[in-house]
Ligand binder design. Structure first.
Ligand code: UDX
Length: 415
């Protein structure tokens, strides 16, 4: 397998066996590939375009100011492939793109090279950051869409080992595969927003959102996953995919208002948590707020569109001193929000804090030494934006504990 990128620094790092971001197990896999010679990194397009019969386009598709996906890198990659290709090639669209992009890729390839026969395949990626290796090597399903029977046959052959290992195989036309990716991400975002809206109602009604989610999840038709209420979804996929899907539908002539509501509830999750800090601390000026977890989810150092950073910015605007800690994402968070103090240890973050907010559900926060935390905090107040602490233990240690969508523990108001 041969891989390329326009970023030469990244290529050099990868050639040296270093992955430029944190993803469990990935570096070992890359090193294995390099050592056995099965994986090579090159800056020469000729090697990519003239060697393999199947080429995956995996470039980034960041959102533009308008919210639509910026597909320039996809077009450039297709153009470079076309310029250098000399024999028939299956070009696989792996980047997350709006439906209709495969047609654009096919046009671009044909425009820049009328001699070679190209077939375009959509093969949406469903891996999650933090479990990317496992998700890639043992995917629950593989979705492949193309209008070319030959290209579909090639893909079937390519994925044979994973299919034999038990991954289910879904084959469609190219537009359906593209649309299915939008549909999956939007549906999962909708489940999370549903849970967050439920959390609001549970707090007002004195009910427990975790128990409600469990009750819902025990119904096979609903399923328990993606029903965890909290600070909301972030990262580079859900927020931008949802917006891109809404815009795509609008462009096609359908107003998918449900998706707008999903995004609104998600933004509100951060706002709701901010208001809890305000309510419990009264004036925020000069109050020290510890944010535990800065990555958009555990298991990654990715802080892109992280709800934790949105909360940090709001707190800073309100005059609070914000101290953040994350086992992996501290460096990225510091460059995103320079006014936040970032420390390298969870207890350093808690030291002198008037309140702590759990923003990312890293396992280590579930194992906090509670008596120690209580001793070093200025006020023993914890807002659990991911519902990972044990309510009873927090009550025992006489913390003011405000989970999300669950009854709070307020020792000072208990008679
Ligand atoms: C997502 C999709 O799951 C994956 O299929 C797609 O390929 C890329 O986008 P990823 O962004 O890596 O993957 O993370 P995921 O684990 O799905 O979580 C996304 C966000 O939702 C995180 O911020 C997470 O904290 C949040 N989340 C998830 C919740 O708030 N509640 C939940 O119940 C589940």
């Amino acid at each position: 397998m041969v891989a390329t990128d326009v970023d030469r620094q990244k290529l050099a790092q990868l050639r040296g066996g270093h992955v430029p971001f944190y993803e469990p197990g990935l570096e070992e896999l890359v090193r294995q590939g390099l050592a056995t010679g099965r994986l090579r990194f090159t800056s020469e397009w000729v090697r990519v375009a003239q060697g393999p019969a199947v080429v995956f386009i995996c470039v980034g598709t960041p959102p533009r100011e308008t919210g639509e996906a910026n597909l320039l890198a996809v077009e450039r990659a297709a153009e470079m492939l076309a310029r250098h290709a000399t024999r028939p090639m299956v070009v696989v669209e792996k980047s997350t793109v709006p439906a209709g992009t495969a047609t654009r890729i096919a046009e671009t390839l044909a425009r820049h090279n009328g001699k070679v026969e190209f077939a375009v395949v959509s093969n949406p990626e469903f891996l999650r950051e933090g479990s990317a290796v496992e998700d890639s090597l043992h995917p629950s399903r593989i979705l492949v869409g193309s209008d070319s029977p030959n290209a579909l046959a090639t893909m079937r052959e390519l994925y044979a080992p994973l299919r034999e290992a038990g991954s289910s195989w879904v084959e469609t036309d190219v537009r359906t595969a593209e649309l299915a990716k939008h549909a999956c991400n939007a549906f999962l975002s909708m489940k999370i927003s549903y849970a967050n809206a439920l959390a609001r109602v549970c707090e007002l009604a004195g009910a427990d959102v975790l128990a409600v989610a469990d009750a819902m999840g025990s119904d096979d038709r609903i399923g328990r996953s993606y029903l965890d209420a909290g600070l909301g979804y972030g990262g580079y996929c859900f927020p931008k995919d949802l917006e891109a899907f809404r815009r795509l539908a609008a462009r096609l002539g359908y107003d998918f208002g449900l998706l707008e509501e999903v995004a609104r509830i998600n933004d509100q999750a951060v706002q709701w948590t901010f208001r809890k800090v305000q309510e419990v601390l009264w004036n925020l000026e000069e109050k020290r707020v510890a944010l535990l977890g800065l990555a958009f989810k555990p298991g990654t150092d990715d802080t892109r569109l992280s709800p934790a950073l949105a909360l940090a910015e709001q707190l800073l605007r309100a005059g609070a001193v914000v101290v953040g800690y994350d086992p992996e994402a501290g460096g990225n968070a510091k460059s995103d929000v320079p006014d936040m103090d970032v420390v390298g240890d969870v207890y350093a973050a808690l030291d002198g804090a008037h309140c702590a907010v759990i923003c990312t559900g890293w396992e280590e926060f579930g194992r906090l030494d509670l008596p120690r935390a209580r001793r070093i905090m200025a006020f023993p107040i914890v807002i659990d934006g991911r519902n990972i602490l044990d309510r009873e233990a927090m009550a025992r240690e006489r913390f003011t504990y405000l989970p999300t969508g669950r009854p709070p523990v307020r020792p000072w108001s208990a008679s």
